[in-house]
Design a protein around this ligand. Structure first.
Ligand code: BES
Ligand code: ZN
Ligand code: ZN
Length: 474
């Protein structure tokens, strides 16, 4: 992707609002085919014997998601016609939403090339879009926004590829290996990565993670990634992502009908990895660390049983009431490690954590819990920029009561109600005094039917762009 002053390629895409002058200039015949409705398109030969592609944007002001969607649509139309190089007139977007929105346009263009079962790197290499219609004075800014949007899209596509990968191919160690390989490919000296294997986890007392992961012959591990572009600053955001590469439920076995999505239970860890990749690729200047617990949740003689009481990294004991509530167990250790050893000044955790959030908010809105207003403001701004949809849930003393145990410090499931809130509060127990925000993406990490055209059936890459902006906002 690059910018240029004039049309250069044979295929030239413009975005056209309903009733725009450009429509009135079309022949009567073409006007019958195209009136500028949102996501309508028209391809015709223009006076210079080049091919014009008009894409309708409707008549309402565009939302962030619509900008991504329109750009994705443009690249899908080109892909469908096997056009590898084309010009994209972005002046309509700049006029409407300012040069910043080229981040979303670039993101959409990249996401539009995505195909399942094909490496996204290959698709990105194959198609090139030249951005035209940028005023001279804004060229430099435009280039920076485009680069950022492209880095974010790569993070999203990387996350999707991992989440779509079946569990037999993506064991915890394989998952960790792929992340390290990808991040190392950046040759970024501000990045350092540490892999902690199962033996070491046991020795360190990461027993909640170890106990879940010990259910499988594919042993658990833990990845700590430090990105330090600003060593003089004491601020450091901690990102914690659930990396369960297969969740059968353990002895509280999932019913067959719920087994479909069990390979995608590492979408939280994938989102964090995608965001860190984009931050480092783009040379973002905020210190960020990632803490990624990775394991399988299976049935074996090493598995947890309902009623077990286990210790954890924080020293708190946990009564395991339900072995299918494994995500919060591994996150408990990762969050405790982040706040005690990771020197983080705030902590965000992200996980495909509860079926309850899917029942409540569906597939297009994720649930959020947060215990500090300033942190939530930072997050809200980030979500506004990314266009991803989140809804904050309340919590009170009575919810905290629900996870108190008779035999341990906490238990891993609450009463029959408020499943998303109690799951979050369980994790909060381990964040201690550090400001904490929690994202439950069980509904948004995966779509059977795409909601926006920049999605494809399967993994969505949920969380990557918002986490990126969250780290930038800090
Ligand atoms: N990974 C699941 C949550 C999930 C459900 C993700 C549906 C995606 C789609 C999690 O480990 C789980 O099984 N949670 C249980 C908790 C319950 C036992 C308290 C759930 O939500 O049913
Ligand atoms: Zn589970
Ligand atoms: Zn799970």
């Amino acid at each position: 992707m690059n910018t240029q002053k004039q049309w250069k390629n044979k295929f030239q895409i413009s975005f056209v609002a309903e009733d725009h002058q450009k429509i009135h200039e079309l022949s009567a015949g073409l006007q019958r085919l195209f009136c500028g409705k949102y996501l309508q398109h028209l391809i015709f030969e223009n006076e210079e014997a080049n091919m014009s592609v008009y894409i309708g944007i409707g008549k309402e002001p565009l939302t962030t998601n619509q900008i991504i969607e329109l750009a994705a649509f443009a690249s899908q139309v080109m892909k469908k016609h096997h056009i590898k190089h084309y010009d994209l007139d972005v002046s309509t977007f700049i006029d409407e939403a300012g040069v910043d929105c080229l981040e979303q346009v670039a993101q959409g263009v990249c996401l539009g090339t995505f195909e399942k079962y094909k490496s996204y790197e290959e698709s990105l290499r194959t198609f090139t879009a030249c951005f035209c219609g940028i005023p001279d004075l804004q060229q430099r800014k435009a280039k920076a926004h485009i680069a950022k949007g492209q880095a974010i899209a790569e993070g999203i596509l990387f996350a999707r590829e991992l989440v779509n990968c079946p569990s037999n191919q993506l064991t915890p160690m394989e998952f960790a290996g792929r992340l390290m390989k990808k991040l190392n490919s950046l040759h970024c000296k501000e990045l350092s990565i540490q892999l902690i294997d199962a033996d070491k986890l046991k020795k360190m007392g990461m027993n909640a993670l170890y106990s879940v992961g010990n259910s499988s012959a594919n042993l658990p591990c833990f990845l700590e990634i430090e990105y330090t572009p600003k060593p003089e600053s004491k601020n450091r955001i901690g990102l914690v992502g659930k990396g369960v590469t297969v969740d059968t439920g353990g002895y509280c076995l999932k019913p067959s009908a719920s087994m479909a999505g069990i390979k995608g239970d590492m979408a939280g860890a994938a989102a964090v990895a995608g965001a860190i990749y984009a931050l480092a690729k783009n040379g973002q200047k905020k210190n960020v660390s990632a803490f990624l617990p990775m394991c399988e949740n299976r049935i074996s003689s090493g598995s947890l049983l309902p009623g077990d009481v286990i210790s954890s990294y924080s020293g708190k004991t946990i009564e395991v009431m339900n072995t299918d509530a494994e995500g919060r167990l591994i996150l408990a250790d990762a969050v405790a490690y982040a706040v005690r050893k990771g020197e983080v000044t705030s902590v965000l955790d992200i996980a495909t954590l509860t079926g309850a959030v899917v029942n409540m908010l569906g597939f297009s809105i994720a649930g959020v819990l947060c215990d500090q207003e300033q942190l939530f403001q930072q997050f809200s701004k980030a979500a506004n920029r990314s266009g991803e949809q989140y809804h904050r849930l309340p919590f009170k003393k009575e919810h905290e009561e629900m996870i108190k145990s008779e035999v341990a410090d906490v238990k891993n499931v609450g009463d029959s109600c408020c499943g998303t809130i109690t799951a979050g509060l369980f994790i909060r127990e381990f964040a201690e005094q550090t400001p904490w925000i929690h994202l439950d993406i069980a509904g948004t990490a995966w779509v059977d039917k795409p909601i926006w055209n920049y999605q494809k059936t399967g993994a969505t890459g949920a969380g990557v762009s918002t986490i990126y902006y969250f780290c930038e906002e800090e």
